[in-house]
Design a protein around this ligand. Structure first.
Ligand SMILES: [Fe+2]
Length: 268
């Protein structure tokens, strides 16, 4: 089993990079299951729509995860109730529409659990993510409830992400961070066999400030006259990881960085 996880798709540049590359990369890299964080895929670089989600599924995405911007497009609250391939953070304050965990069937017949969590530090208020993760692993077990478990931890701080990685080590196939839009260079397998990277990076235009127009962002930092943030419009780069899984244990044999595009050093 080979899993491709791609970080936050930002605006039209990110969507176009998915459209132009994903189908071929799935074939080229013999990918069996694709998860993409899509919470910034909207026209304005925040939120996600039904149309964008459907496009992603058509390009080969199996599951879309999200985070703090999940509700930025008004239609999402209704759409998520009828589309179980779109997840929102599991630890949102209840009641919230949709789900943060689901089990899917991969093309090659395995049961894949996908869990979407959101950090507590510098993020929107949500339930304590460590308590939520603890409760989850008490109720769900690798190779019993599902063959593989992919965890998207949507959070701001590296420490919180690393801690959840170690906490879930041996209980998940992959723990990967999202939200900062910058890929970290700590791609590795943890002591008990879980593949890990602190942040997957974004799928979008890197000639920007985390996907947004750079001149406008700089002006905002200088407190000069500036518009509301809007996405950079250059060519998008895909960023994430590929995990080679052990079909017997459900843990990882290998993980490698997947970067394909124009501004970052490519790994694929
Ligand atoms: Fe986010």
């Amino acid at each position: 089993m080979r899993i491709l996880f791609l970080g936050d798709v930002v605006g039209p540049s990110g969507c176009k990079a998915i459209e132009e590359n994903l189908k071929y990369q799935i074939i080229k890299n013999k990918i069996d299951f694709v998860v993409v964080n899509g919470e910034n895929a909207g026209e304005g670089g925040v939120g996600i729509t039904e149309k964008i989600s459907e496009d992603f599924f058509n390009y080969g995405v199996d599951v879309i995860t999200t985070g703090n911007h999940v509700w930025d497009e008004k239609e999402t609250a209704e759409y998520i109730s009828k589309e179980n391939r779109l997840l929102r953070p599991h630890n949102l304050i209840s009641p919230s529409p949709g789900k943060g965990f689901e089990i899917y069937k991969s093309k090659n017949g395995f049961k894949i659990g996908v869990l979407n969590l959101m950090g507590n530090i510098f993020m929107k208020k949500c339930e304590n993510v460590f308590e939520s993760a603890k409760k989850f692993v008490l109720q769900n077990t690798l190779k019993k409830n599902y063959d593989f478990l992919i965890v998207d931890f949507h959070g701001e701080t590296t420490s919180e992400k690393m801690a959840i990685g170690h906490f879930l080590d041996g209980k998940a196939t992959l723990v990967i961070g999202t939200h900062t839009h910058v890929p970290t260079n700590d791609t590795r397998i943890l002591k008990n066999g879980t593949a890990y990277q602190t942040d997957a990076g974004m799928c979008g235009d890197y000639d920007s400030v985390i996907g947004m127009n750079k001149e406008n962002s700089i002006n905002k930092f200088f407190r000069l006259e500036a518009k509301k943030h809007f996405p950079a419009e250059g060519k998008g780069t895909l960023s994430g990881v590929i995990v080679d899984c052990n079909d017997e244990t459900g843990l990882a044999n290998d993980i490698s960085s997947f970067i394909l595009g124009v501004d970052l050093k490519n790994t694929n």
